[in-house]
Design a protein around this ligand. Structure first.
Ligand code: BGC
Length: 734
């Protein structure tokens, strides 16, 4: 080769190397690289100041990114029933955008009442698509706090009283959301089982109740659904704030469950820099407790995990490895969401999403009583149909606190019933009234109650049939965040009104919309009762379809309706057990929550957990197990036949409960271990197959801090509710 040729070749190779190294993207921006490599690479390029910045908010609902490296911020939104309207940068006020109207999906109690994980996936995926379209990276929900008392203002945002039901239902919701490159943020971890004094109440609880009742749904979210973020709650747990809690965050969540995502505070849930930093908090949002209530311009720099944290890192009081770990988790969350180039585009308030909402609402509605066969209504039999009650015509997607929504559409029961039966038949009277949506206490009706009642009773007496639509609403001290209900009764004189309507007309269909149980002094006289929940945008259509029989109800209660408040475990031990003395609260009923309490103590509820009727009837065959004896780690295969013995198609949520007659520890009379929603055509029979893992029959042993599967006899029962057992089989576990 001549000298000239050699020089030319060197030049060409040199240029090629230069071009290729210029076009090579940094590893952290390269989606084809494993996420851990990207995290490591990004981390290696960041300054201490940049890492700290990742840990705090820059506005009410967003965090700092790393602008120098092109790493975007995280945008968050409530959750869990739809994507909340835009909120101003620096305050809680609505931003009043015109392009942020969403689909309002049913409240989570309604989703739980479907007893159908497939509904949960549809729901999660649709709300995830809306979050994605609205460019949110984190959807603040779903909530899985256990229904401990019917006074909890936020029960409507949760999945009921049973850890197994809540766990099975939360998994597909989370998966559905995250398929969109949007993180679900399961909340409120943990023990936020009331709103009163939520900012400080210190929960005293046994390890056993913690592991058996209050944690399993969170555990399912982390270990099975692989949720990418979790929200710490406001309350204290054994003396330490939940957002800075060594036991729940470091030991259980990040230690035992190996959570690799981010712990985000509830808004204002951080209290101390060192505790937050060392005890597992990753992202601090909404802090106002340090004197910046209405955030001044520098408020964010004064967050516990902002400048005060940087100072401690620089002085060596907190090791730098601490921020490296947090930054790694936050980067992982950013790569999974904001910097995920493979995510779909999403969609907002589409017809498809409204149909998802309607289907979930229809599947969740629970028929509680139908002794006069008024339902389904045969409209040809009636000339006049009175619709009575404020909830028939009220917007129930507004209010309630952070789950408030600005829906593109909200169909009321009155509107849908009028569409269905015609306005020549339907006449409306309000009957009672609570006034506008409000975050102030509205315990007294702003209306002339007597006049409203008189008008309604007159209408009822001259109508052929009455559909009463009442219940609770989203005002403070009802089904709303920030405070609890103060009594178990229905508000605004509804009990008196219902009693008078019952005298005026014997054909009354009671439709109750709420996220909580309530007293029913009028139940004996009532022939027809429907629990309708909060059904979101399509609530009215779902109710009307069930009333008219176009949909056969198949929902079942996700919590127990007690006859009176003190029948609930939490209310059986005086104020220290609920709501506490404002400082401390003792969960004295321990593991006996919901039906576990009612069954074990032999207290008859108004309606048991798992109960719901249908327009058809089902016949259960005897339950059988595939073997007589099982070892730990084995799966128990159960089967029985189920027949639709009525004249219409329908679905039945079949349930399997377990008990251990002899044990060294108190064991509940029954515990839900499996369920399935089975659809059967009229006359059809199916063999239902269900599985229970022998290990799931264990209890949590406080003494040696581990799960114990005590050998011996276990009884497995198939049932249509926790109180209606059809048959049982005895098995041995070795
Ligand atoms: C609520 C959370 C909510 C957050 C942001 C808090 O007050 O407890 O559930 O996600 O606000 O709105």
């Amino acid at each position: 080769m001549t000298k000239f040729k050699t020089i030319l070749l060197c030049l060409v190779v040199g240029i090629a190397i230069q071009v290729s190294s210029q076009s090579k993207k940094p590893v952290y921006t390269d989606n084809s690289q494993p996420i851990e490599k990207r995290v490591e690479d990004a981390l290696s390029r960041m300054t201490l100041e940049e890492k700290v910045k990742l840990c705090t908010a820059q506005s009410k609902f967003s965090t700092h990114g790393v602008p120098r490296l092109g790493i975007p911020e995280l945008w968050m939104s409530d959750g869990p029933h739809g994507v909340r309207m835009e909120i101003l940068w620096d305050s809680w006020d609505h931003a009043n955008w015109t392009n942020d109207s969403c689909t309002a999906f049913p409240a989570l109690t309604c989703l739980a009442a479907t007893w159908d994980p497939a509904m949960s996936h549809l729901y999660g995926n649709a709300v995830g698509e809306e979050a994605r379209y609205r460019r949110k990276d984190v959807l603040l929900g779903p909530g899985v706090n256990i229904y401990r008392s019917p006074l909890n203002g936020r029960n409507f945002e949760y999945l009921g009283e049973d850890p197994y039901l809540a766990g099975r239902m939360v998994i597909p919701y989370i998966q559905g959301v995250q398929e969109n490159g949007v993180s679900a943020c399961v909340k409120h971890f943990a023990l936020n089982n009331q709103e009163r004094w939520r900012d400080r109440i210190d929960v005293q609880i046994s390890d056993r109740a913690l592991y058996e009742i209050y944690l399993p749904a969170f555990k399912a979210a982390v270990t099975e659904a692989k949720v990418w973020s979790i929200m710490g709650s406001y309350n204290k747990i054994r003396g330490q704030y939940a957002c800075e809690n060594e036991l729940t965050l470091n030991k259980i969540l990040k230690g035992e469950w190996k959570f690799d995502g981010c712990v985000i505070t509830d808004w204002g849930g951080a209290h101390n820099t060192k505790e937050a930093a060392l005890n597992g908090l990753d992202i601090e949002m909404g802090t106002w407790t340090n004197g910046f209530t209405f955030s001044k311009s520098n408020a964010y720099e004064s967050y516990f995990l902002a400048n005060p944290y940087l100072k401690m890192l620089k002085s060596g009081e907190i090791p730098v490895s601490n921020v490296d770990e947090k930054a790694a988790r936050i980067l992982r969350l950013i790569f999974r969401t904001a910097m995920n180039v493979n995510k779909p585009y999403g969609s907002l308030a589409s017809e498809e999403h409204h149909m998802v909402g309607r289907t979930v609402a229809e599947q969740g509605i629970v028929l509680l009583k139908n002794t006069a066969n008024l339902l389904p209504i045969d409209a040809s039999k009636y000339k006049t149909i009175a619709v009575i009650g404020e909830n028939a015509n009220r917007r129930l997607t507004e209010g309630g606190g952070s789950s408030e929504l600005k829906p593109k559409r909200e169909v009321s029961a009155l509107q849908a019933l009028t569409e269905k039966f015609g306005d020549n038949k339907i006449k409306y009277a309000m009957g009672y009234g609570s006034g506008a949506v409000s975050y102030d206490m509205v315990n007294k009706s702003p209306y002339d109650e007597a006049a409203l009642r008189k008008e309604a009773v007159e209408l009822a007496s001259k109508s052929d049939i009455v559909i009463f639509v009442g219940g609770l609403n989203k005002n403070t001290q009802q089904d709303s965040e920030g405070d609890d209900r103060r009594s178990y009764g229905l508000p605004f004189g509804q009990n008196e009104l219902i009693a008078e309507l019952q005298k005026a007309n014997k054909n009354i269909v009671l439709v109750m919309l709420s996220g909580n149980g309530y007293e029913m002094p009028w139940l004996k006289q009532a022939t027809t009762l429907v629990q309708g929940w909060y059904g979101g945008s399509e609530a009215g259509h779902a109710i009307a379809n069930v009333i008219a029989g176009e949909v056969n109800p198949s929902g079942k209660l996700p919590f127990t309706f007690a006859a009176k408040l003190n029948d609930y475990g939490a209310h059986s031990f005086g104020a220290i057990a609920f709501p506490g003395d404002s400082i401390k609260e003792e969960y004295k009923e321990d593991i006996l929550v919901g039906y576990r309490w009612f069954d074990t103590k032999k207290i008859k509820p108004l309606f048991p957990f798992g109960f719901g009727l249908s327009y058809t009837t089902f016949e259960y065959g005897k339950i059988a197990a595939d073997k007589k004896q099982y070892a730990a780690g084995e799966t128990i295969k159960l089967s029985f036949t189920l027949k639709n013995t009525g004249k219409v198609d329908g679905a039945e949520a079949v349930q399997v409960y377990a008990s251990q007659p002899k044990s060294s520890m108190v064991r509940p009379a029954k515990e839900l271990k499996a369920f399935k929603k089975v659809f059967l055509k009229a006359g059809e029979t199916q063999t239902v197959e269900l599985e229970v893992k022998a290990n799931d029959l264990a209890f949590y042993n406080d003494k040696n801090h581990s799960w114990s599967l005590e050998p011996g006899e276990f009884i497995l029962r198939n049932a249509s509710s926790s109180a209606d057992v059809k048959s049982s089989v005895s098995i041995q576990v070795k």
